[in-house]
Design a binder for this molecule. Structure first.
Ligand SMILES: *[C@@H]1O[C@H](CO)[C@@H](O)[C@H](O)[C@H]1NC(C)=O
Ligand SMILES: *[C@@H]1O[C@H](CO)[C@@H](O)[C@H](O)[C@H]1NC(C)=O
Ligand SMILES: *[C@@H]1O[C@H](CO)[C@@H](O)[C@H](O)[C@H]1NC(C)=O
Ligand SMILES: *[C@@H]1O[C@H](CO)[C@@H](O)[C@H](O)[C@H]1NC(C)=O
Ligand SMILES: *[C@@H]1O[C@H](CO)[C@@H](O)[C@H](O)[C@H]1NC(C)=O
Length: 488
């Protein structure tokens, strides 16, 4: 959609330009000043007819300008040039340095070109509106001079290429709007730890062409970034991983998910490219498993735990309450709040089990987060029993494999030696069966959970069933693949 808009407009624009060459030429001779100024540099600022100048505000909106007026007052703080026909923003668009300009509006101009030096004379900009234009690419370091920029509006352009360094240098940027473009790569570097813009708390890449998201990386981000990470209405393929993420963001009531619940769609596999709501995936098509609400931490006696207070807002004041809503005592306690707002508890006692509450308060929002802690009534060394179970299970598996290998590599030899004893083939099978069964039974006596719960698929099944079971399980362990290879 956006693409055709971008192309068709460019086409009509080209036609218009060509036509204007022929039809406007005679007029151009009559009105030489206007045409000349339209070609290269803007005419002088006219505060009486076309523009409105109110102290440090200059507004030339909807005045049919094809260039930025020259001789703007040095003290200009706000410059509105929206709804004109300024198609190129050159390096020399303002000959004077506008060192007080904090707001520049260039929306709805049909801009196709930004000089790489377009912003060197307006380094104090805080708000830059380039929305609803025809920009197609963002060059490297294009916004680098704008270290005070807080809001950058680039929505409704034709942007398909963004250089990885395009936004570098924007060390004060809070909000970046890139929706309704043709972007196909999610710009992870803007939000990922280390490379991210530290102050960025809103990134809108909705209504683009994004076909895949780095789901794991996104899930690992702190909630205050996810809260302002808008990615709905793209061409994401449906998957249970995507469902899981969106469902979690909804449960956490992150704005990016809840405000656009119905626009969070994905594309079903198949010819039709049918779009469905991501949150419906659990009910229909993909049968994704439901997502749990609670944050739960499990630990053993004498361990230490760190509970994260993953608040939706950045820079909140945090405080914690212990189970039973007891405010965190100042001194002599096993629970201590760390400088980053997380809570460290330990050495854990059985009584530390319960629901811990974090209150995150900012100017605009109060948030309450709950973390359930379950302390098992045993120490880690007590947990060695479980290890033992796992160990015996492992040994059982290895023994089984050895048996199977013996069966596979030794019996054919015997058969080759004694071709007429075909019946013997069944015997090793039987013995194999009985031995594995006895091993697993032995295991059942020592530790039920490991063997029963984990369910090693080839415990007591025939060979043809092994493959089936492995495939059903969906994960091939290396043991499994060895088995399959040797069978094939
Ligand atoms: C705007 O400018 C173009 C030429 O640049 C001219 O053809 C058109 O009539 C102008 N429109 C208005 C409303 O002044
Ligand atoms: C969704 O995206 C498509 C294509 O990018 C666009 O045409 C459409 O207007 C968008 N829908 C909404 C509701 O923004
Ligand atoms: C969904 O999965 C569950 C268990 O995984 C199964 O019992 C159920 O039959 C499945 N439903 C559909 C429609 O596939
Ligand atoms: C801290 O509490 C323990 C009991 O929980 C007590 O024995 C100890 O004296 C207390 N220490 C201080 C400094 O209050
Ligand atoms: C933990 O286990 C010990 C024995 O191992 C028992 O005496 C104690 O009551 C248990 N505590 C809880 C809270 O279950």
């Amino acid at each position: 959609m956006g693409d055709s808009l971008c192309h068709s407009h460019r086409a009509t624009r080209a036609v218009l330009r060509r036509r204007s060459l022929f039809t406007v030429l005679p007029f151009a001779l009559l009105l030489p000043t206007v045409r000349v100024s339209g070609q290269s540099i803007g005419g002088p600022l006219d505060c009486r007819k076309s523009c409105v100048c109110a102290s440090n505000i200059v507004s030339c909106s909807k005045t049919n300008l094809s260039n930025v007026p020259i001789a703007l007052p040095k003290y200009t703080a706000v410059l509105d040039l929206s709804f004109n026909s300024i198609t190129r923003l050159r390096a020399e668009w303002t000959p004077v340095k506008l060192s007080r300009l904090h707001t520049l509006v260039l929306s709805n101009n049909g801009l196709t070109f930004l000089s790489s030096e377009a912003f060197v004379s307006v380094t104090k900009l805080q708000y830059l509106d380039l929305s609803s234009n025809r920009l197609r690419l963002l060059d490297e370091f294009i916004f680098e001079p704008l270290e005070h920029l807080e809001v950058l509006l680039l929505y409704s352009n034709c942007i398909s290429q963004i250089d990885r360094t395009a936004f570098s240098g924007l060390i004060s940027l809070h909000k970046l709007y890139l929706s309704h473009n043709l972007i196909s790569r999610f710009p992870l570097e803007l939000v990922k730890e280390r490379s991210r813009l530290e102050t960025l708390r809103l990134l809108d890449v909705s209504s683009n062409r994004i076909k895949s998201l780095p789901l794991q990386e996104l899930q690992a981000l702190p909630a205050w970034i996810k809260n302002g990470l808008y990615f709905h209405n793209n061409s994401l393929p449906c998957s249970c991983e995507l469902y899981d993420m969106v469902a979690r963001w909804n449960l956490k009531e992150l704005s990016s998910a809840t405000d656009f619940r119905s626009s969070h769609t994905c594309v079903l596999p198949g010819q039709q490219k049918e779009k469905i709501a991501i949150l419906d995936l659990s009910k229909v098509n993909l049968n994704c498993s439901e997502v749990k609400v609670m944050e739960e931490e499990e630990a053993y006696l004498e361990q230490f735990l760190v509970l994260d207070c993953d608040a939706k807002q950045k820079d909140t004041t945090k405080s914690w309450a212990l189970p039973g809503n007891i405010p965190l005592p100042k001194a002599n306690t096993t629970a201590v709040m760390r400088p980053d707002g997380s809570l460290q508890i330990g050495p854990l006692r059985a009584e530390d089990t319960g629901v811990y509450t974090c209150y995150a308060t900012s100017d605009s929002l109060k948030e309450t987060l709950y973390v359930t802690v379950v302390v098992f009534n045993s120490t880690m060394s007590g947990g060695l029993e479980n290890l033992k179970t796992a160990y015996t299970t492992l040994v059982a598996c290895l023994v089984s494999i050895v048996m199977i290998l013996i069966y596979l590599y030794l019996t054919p030899c015997r058969c080759a030696c004694c071709p007429d004893h075909g019946l013997e083939k069944t015997n090793p099978m039987d013995s194999l069966h009985s031995s594995t069964v006895s091993i697993s039974q032995a295991n059942k006596e020592t530790g039920q959970e490991g063997v029963e719960g984990r369910g090693f698929p080839y415990r007591h099944v025939g060979f043809s069933e092994i493959k089936d079971q492995l495939e059903q399980n969906g994960r091939l362990n290396p043991i499994g693949s060895i088995l399959l290879q040797s069978m094939d």
